[in-house]
Design a protein around this ligand. Structure first.
Ligand code: HH2
Length: 285
């Protein structure tokens, strides 16, 4: 399996790790850590050294406590210099921009990003599909409901008896819409949106039934890193201390078909996923 993006192809016959760079003052687990472009550069150097296969750069938080939407100018000011620096420092590492705004995607793709990670799956900006199609970007379509300030709350966490079925159906709709707008299938990755309009039981159901998403044929990315459901299960309050729980969830997702893993703590998931993967290869022989 392969994932095409604007500047090449990512081979998904092994688990791939996407390192998170939040250039935001208010992200739920790492907000405010990066005060300058040089801070971001140092973090990216570390994530790549620890084994990240791609880097996801975001300038707008969707934090569970209800995020404050960021203006276009402010988001561009945060994100674009970091994309430019990362492109110069790591010319061979695919860069993703985590945004719901077509204009931010356009500028980031122009500055050297090759993937657009849209947590609204193209719901919030009608201009997004054409920008992605124009650049031949790889796209991550993540399941969510509501707008930037409500999507990580429980305001829209209402499902029928089959939560995973509802999420899969909404993602099929998003993928078909993207294809209808000119995005080729080999550029699309689907993400169940762990913690987005999902209580703990919803996130767990979606992860438990991840196979049903993986069998659609699009690569699956999961973003479980440090999230609330892990804190609830482990009773670890500080998000940065949820690394072990994150690893457990990622291994469970790998076994159920996920191939891309968006994480803050690259080294831990790199080791765990590589070992779990080696075991899974023997099982297949
Ligand atoms: N989760 C977050 C942000 N972007 N993108 C994808 N594709 N999947 C996810 O699960 C996902 C995402 C939220 O996490 P984080 O970036 O750490 O926090 P914040 O939104 O507060 O910046």
């Amino acid at each position: 399996m392969h994932w095409r993006h604007a500047t090449g192809t990512l081979d998904l016959d092994v688990p791939r790790i996407v390192g998170i760079v939040n250039v935001t003052p208010d992200s739920f687990s790492d907000g405010g850590r990066l005060r300058s472009v040089d801070d971001a550069r140092r973090l990216i150097d570390r994530l790549v050294a620890e084994g990240a296969d791609a880097i996801d750069i975001g300038g707008e938080s969707t934090r569970p406590q209800g995020a404050t939407p960021v203006s276009l100018d402010e988001e561009l000011r945060r994100v674009i210099p970091v994309v430019e620096a990362a492109r110069a420092d790591h010319p061979n590492v695919p860069l993703s921009v985590d945004t719901v705004k077509a204009e931010v995607a356009r500028e980031a793709l122009g500055a050297g990003a090759s993937i657009v990670n849209d947590v609204s799956a193209f719901r919030l900006d009608a201009g997004m599909p054409s920008v992605c199609a124009q650049y031949g970007a790889g796209v991550v379509l993540m399941h969510s409901r509501g707008d930037v300030s409500t999507m990580a709350t429980f305001a829209h966490a209402t499902y029928g008896p089959d939560v995973a079925g509802d999420v899969v159906a909404e993602l099929i709709h998003a993928a078909e819409r993207a294809v209808g707008c000119g995005i080729t299938r080999d550029r699309i990755v689907l993400d169940p949106g762990i913690g987005f309009a999902k209580r703990r039981e919803h996130s767990l159901a979606v992860l438990a039934h991840l196979r049903r998403l993986a069998i659609l044929g699009f690569p699956v990315l999961v973003g479980v890193s440090r999230k609330r459901f892990i804190g609830e299960i482990t009773r670890v309050d500080a998000p940065a201390e949820r690394v072990f729980g994150t690893v457990g969830a990622n291994v469970a997702a790998l076994e159920r078909g996920a191939r891309l893993f968006r994480v803050h703590d690259v080294q831990a998931s790199r080791q765990a996923l590589d070992v779990a993967w080696a075991i899974m290869q023997i099982e297949r022989e």
